[in-house]
Design a protein around this ligand. Sequence first.
Ligand SMILES: *[C@@H]1O[C@H](CO)[C@@H](O)[C@H](O)[C@H]1NC(C)=O
Ligand SMILES: *[C@@H]1O[C@H](CO)[C@@H](O)[C@H](O)[C@H]1NC(C)=O
Ligand SMILES: *[C@@H]1O[C@H](CO)[C@@H](O)[C@H](O)[C@H]1NC(C)=O
Ligand SMILES: *[C@@H]1O[C@H](CO)[C@@H](O)[C@H](O)[C@H]1NC(C)=O
Ligand SMILES: *[C@@H]1O[C@H](CO)[C@@H](O)[C@H](O)[C@H]1NC(C)=O
Ligand SMILES: *[C@@H]1O[C@H](CO)[C@@H](O)[C@H](O)[C@H]1NC(C)=O
Ligand SMILES: *[C@@H]1O[C@H](CO)[C@@H](O)[C@H](O)[C@H]1NC(C)=O
Length: 401
Amino acid sequence: MKITSILIAFSAILLPILAQPLDKRTDKDRQVEFTNDSNDVKTVFGKPYAIYQPKVVVVSMFMLERDPWLKDMDFVHNVSIPGLAPLYPQVHFTTDYSIMQFTTGEGEINAAASVSSLLLNPLFDFSKTYFLIAGIGGGESSLTTIGSATFAKYSVQIGLQYQVGYNEYIKTNPNWTSGYFGYGVDNPWTYPSNVYGTEVYELNENLRDRAIQLARTGELNNGTERNVEFRTLYEEDAAKSSPSIVACDVYTSDNYYFGNELSDYFKSYGEMMTNSTDSKKFQYCSSAQEDNASLEAFLRMDLHGLVDFSRIVVMRTISNFITPPPLYANDTVGYFNDVDKGGIQASLDNLVNAGKPFVEDIIKNWDDVYSHGIKPDNYIGNILRTLGGEADFGKESFEEA
Ligand SMILES: *[C@@H]1O[C@H](CO)[C@@H](O)[C@H](O)[C@H]1NC(C)=O
Ligand SMILES: *[C@@H]1O[C@H](CO)[C@@H](O)[C@H](O)[C@H]1NC(C)=O
Ligand SMILES: *[C@@H]1O[C@H](CO)[C@@H](O)[C@H](O)[C@H]1NC(C)=O
Ligand SMILES: *[C@@H]1O[C@H](CO)[C@@H](O)[C@H](O)[C@H]1NC(C)=O
Ligand SMILES: *[C@@H]1O[C@H](CO)[C@@H](O)[C@H](O)[C@H]1NC(C)=O
Ligand SMILES: *[C@@H]1O[C@H](CO)[C@@H](O)[C@H](O)[C@H]1NC(C)=O
Ligand SMILES: *[C@@H]1O[C@H](CO)[C@@H](O)[C@H](O)[C@H]1NC(C)=O
């Protein structure tokens, strides 16, 4: 027995006494499996030492998103976990260990590495856990405004493309609207011939819609007087209005873009990638830097029963508009750099205002509604159909590259 196994076994005995966790796992279907078949070894590990089985995990990406939860709810236990972001090494539990808060660190690399580490930790059983990814993001002015809370069905990674600088395409390709184009093709309007597999995720719409209904029972922070004033500069009704709860989709990119040119290009790219033929299917409305990365880690673990991909909700509250209002269209950079135009506080408050009713509902209705899962009626999974099922986007097969 290795030292680590001894430590884990020891913790398994000791921690229940210290932690009094809510649900200790007992199911037989998560035992260790080891198949030695013709030199093609397949391993599946269960979580025989799991102690913690939270009912819901709130996933934040950085301190500002985490703190409203730590302040609002009674997160009294801190637990350090190997592999989490150096800035956020601990997860936090409420008194009875039923609700957990976890911070990934910002950007795709932090998100993927942190979620993977968390889900593989032997002391945690997340097979029945619900995840609320609760972050702030940029908002699209035709669907959202400062403070709005958006709940996604699709999460699309837009950064995985070729990119060339303006001066090097504009003379030869004057009708390109940005320097981006898809892998394996030679222009921005053609569907990529190869993908990395993380370009598009589709989430459980039934669960998403329940979270939306619950979010509508909360009251949203309307923003500062300055935010109210700033909204009037936009032409779109959504941008001019008070914040609301919106069902619409999220983008992931390490590249923190803003402005009309890139927003318009990525809108058309997202529609192409989700095979969106009508405007209702896929509706791009927020931009952020982590969701596809986190979803990729969740998806891989779902494949081995360590987590349930149908139990994930992605919520992004809007801290700022992605594009400037017409008055500032001549100075997009100046607009972006003037933080005073944003609504960071409203978006942070609204993480809790819009997300907490769902968190509380999970605890309140665990036995009746949540423990056995909320069945999706739509396809869930990625562009490669790794979890099975028929996706109405992507292709049967892609070139390998
Ligand atoms: C595992 O597979 C190898 C290669 O096929 C074989 O030689 C060995 O006997 C197998 N071991 C067990 C425990 O089945
Ligand atoms: C738990 O973590 C929070 C957030 O990092 C911190 O403010 C708090 O002091 C920690 N509590 C203990 C007991 O270490
Ligand atoms: C852009 O220009 C190319 C070359 O002239 C042409 O083939 C293509 O159809 C144009 N695309 C669009 C969307 O206008
Ligand atoms: C990101 O996730 C969304 C939704 O799950 C998915 O539609 C999109 O294709 C993903 N994008 C990438 C580049 O992986
Ligand atoms: C809330 O915001 C909307 C849109 O900016 C504005 O019309 C309304 O007057 C605001 N309400 C309050 C109470 O400030
Ligand atoms: C942009 O237009 C506004 C309003 O017309 C003007 O006040 C401002 O000076 C212009 N800014 C730039 C950088 O040209
Ligand atoms: C999505 O669009 C691409 C490019 O037009 C096409 O090859 C693919 O078959 C479409 N997928 C679905 C599911 O319709």
